[in-house]
Every structure is written in C-alpha cells, then in structure tokens.
Design a protein around this ligand. Structure first.
Ligand code: NCD
Length: 323
C-alpha cells in the first residue's frame, strides 16, 4: 500500500482509514467541523484551492459522494472536472493509468477515484507525480474513507465520547465498503462496543471485523446501543447468496420504530444512502427524530473540504474559517 502521509505527517493521499492514527483522524474531523454550517446558512467559501484542479474520476454510479466532492472543491476555489465512464475513453480500451497520465498532463492536482475493482486507487497513487494526490471515493467492497470520516464526524456531533459508545452496523456487511471504513474509524477512535448484525449469508468472513460482536438477530444486535448504522443490501456486489426476499428481510432486519426501542432511547440512526425504504429501514425511522441521515450528507461536504485542504496543504493559502 502506498504511503498516505508525507514526511511532515500530513496527508498526501486518502486511500484507506486502516493505517491512520487517531491523531490524524481527529485532526481531519476538527478541520471538517470548521466547515459545518446550519441548514439555511451560507456554506463556507474560500479561495484556498485557487489554481488547483480536482478531477472526479468515477467508473461506478454515485450521487452524494460525487456531488459533495465537487461542491467541496468548488467551495475552496478549485477548478473541477468530472469524468464518468460513459464519457471517458476507458470504455474504448484506454487503461486507467493512461487516463490518469492524461489528467496529470492537463495539470490535474487531485484525482478523486471511485472504481468497482479493488486496488485501483492504490495503483493510481503509486504511479502519479509527487505533487498529485489521490482520494478514494469508494473502492469495490474494500473501503470508502471519506464516508468513514463523515460517519465519525456525525457520531461525534451527537455523542461526544467515543470511549463510551455502543455502535451496531446492520445489514449487508459482507459487501459493504462503508462498513469496513466505519469499522476502522470507530476502532481507531476507541469505541469499545462495536457490533455487526446481519443474516449469516451477509456477515463477513470470520477473520474480518476482529473484536466486533456478531449477531444474526436485530433485536439482540442493537440492544442498548447509542448508534444504529443501517446499510443497503448491495445487490450489485452479490453473486449467489442465500438471501430472504425483500418482505422477509424487512420482517427480520428492517428497522421499524418498534425495533428501534431496543436501542437506547437517545440512540441515533444512520444510513450512508441510497436507502431502500421498506427493505432495510422504515420511512418512519428514516425521517424520524432519531435519524441523523441528512446530517451525514451535510457533513460529507465538510469532510471532503477538510481532506482536500490538507492534501493540497502548503500549495494552498490559509482557508477562511479553517485553520
Ligand atoms: C455507498 C457506497 O457507494 O458505498 N453510498 C455512498 O457513498 N454514500 C453505499 C451504498 O452504495 O450502499
């Protein structure tokens, strides 16, 4: 794995949260928090990334992640180009690295990459020029580091001390990069009670998620937790898994208001989206008072601004409202 940090300890690439220290994560969360504004207020803007070009290179569908990377870059004054697989020449057989070298020659400084194949962000990071940064926007089922950071920021806004928390991740853990990045970030931040909850066929291999309690019933899995993180069933990453149909899945694992009562009364409910309402989560819960799902989206822009500001680092000027 390519080294993500520069010699001075700042972030150059963001490919995974797995190897980051608690201090690195906290520094990014602190910086992200400076970019959070209440709904209805004007978002923070600056010229910190003026003259910097960010390319969004997405070969898998995305709504929130792509838009929030774009808004984050623009609010910091960067130029942004968006490449989608239908438009890029990758479909004509050009390799990913040739696309990357082309972008590099066009003075792209930051490449934001989402790809269904494991290892692609790391391959790109290992081959770009020293001034170029690579940010993963979702790598196969392996990792989704900015999602992990925005999830941690959201929890921190509501719960303060990670060392006291119970967090249950519920749903298609096996195919989820969101679950893997959440696992890494919450472990590093010292969460003592981390659980994964899924039907047997959607739990990960036994050697993964070390230290997590594994549950196959929702009620026991979320009992007295502070945070319930629901995940989408990832049909596109499944081969032949033994899965109950949608109605049966909802009757066993769908988060309803009644089921949520098994968690602490002040528990928060999270979901990375897109949501399958009526399959993994009831609308009453998704839109209910314990839901922080829309905060997650807002925090996504703030986290991506913090990451962009740090990777561009001293090439940028000081961020207004930041550090
Ligand atoms: C997730 C993803 O693409 O990994 N979405 C997101 O980025 N918020 C989760 C999903 O697709 O279920």
């Amino acid at each position: 794995m390519t080294n993500q940090l520069r010699a001075d300890g700042t972030l150059r690439h963001l490919l995974t949260l797995e190897s980051l220290a608690r201090t690195d994560i906290e520094r990014l969360l602190d910086r992200a928090q400076t970019f959070v504004r209440p709904l209805g207020a004007k978002p923070p803007v600056s010229t910190a990334l003026a003259g910097i070009t960010v390319a969004n290179l997405f070969t898998e569908p995305s709504t929130r992640t792509r838009v929030s990377f774009e808004l984050a870059a623009k609010r910091l004054g960067a130029d942004v180009v968006n490449l989608e697989v239908q438009l890029s020449s990758r479909v004509k057989g050009e390799s990913m690295l040739d696309t990357v070298y082309t972008l590099q020659s066009l003075h792209v400084d930051v490449m934001v990459i989402r790809d269904p194949e494991a290892g692609v962000p790391d391959l790109v990071a290992a081959n770009v020029a020293p001034h170029v940064s690579v940010l993963s926007a979702g790598e196969a089922h392996v990792s989704h580091p900015t999602q992990g950071l925005l999830d941690a920021l959201t929890v921190r806004q509501h719960k303060k001390r990670f060392e006291k928390l119970g967090i249950a991740i519920v749903g298609d853990i096996r195919h989820s990069r969101v679950a893997r990045s959440a696992y890494h970030v919450f472990r590093t931040l010292g969460v003592p009670d981390l659980r994964i909850v899924a039907p047997e066929s959607l739990l990960p291999a036994a050697k993964e998620f070390a230290g997590c309690a594994r549950h196959t019933t929702l009620e026991a899995g979320i009992k007295d937790v502070d945070v319930v993180m629901m995940l989408r069933i990832q049909k596109e990453r499944m081969g032949q898994v033994d899965l109950p149909d949608a109605d049966r899945y909802f009757s066993m694992y769908g988060l309803t208001p009644e089921r949520l009562e098994h968690a602490r009364p002040d528990a928060i409910v999270m979901h990375p989206q897109p949501m399958n309402r009526g399959i993994e989560i009831a609308s009453d819960v998704a839109d209910g008072k314990q839901s922080v799902i829309r905060d997650q989206v807002r925090n996504g822009v703030a986290v991506r601004m913090a990451v962009l500001a740090e990777v561009v680092g001293s090439r940028a000027v000081t961020v207004e409202g930041g550090r």
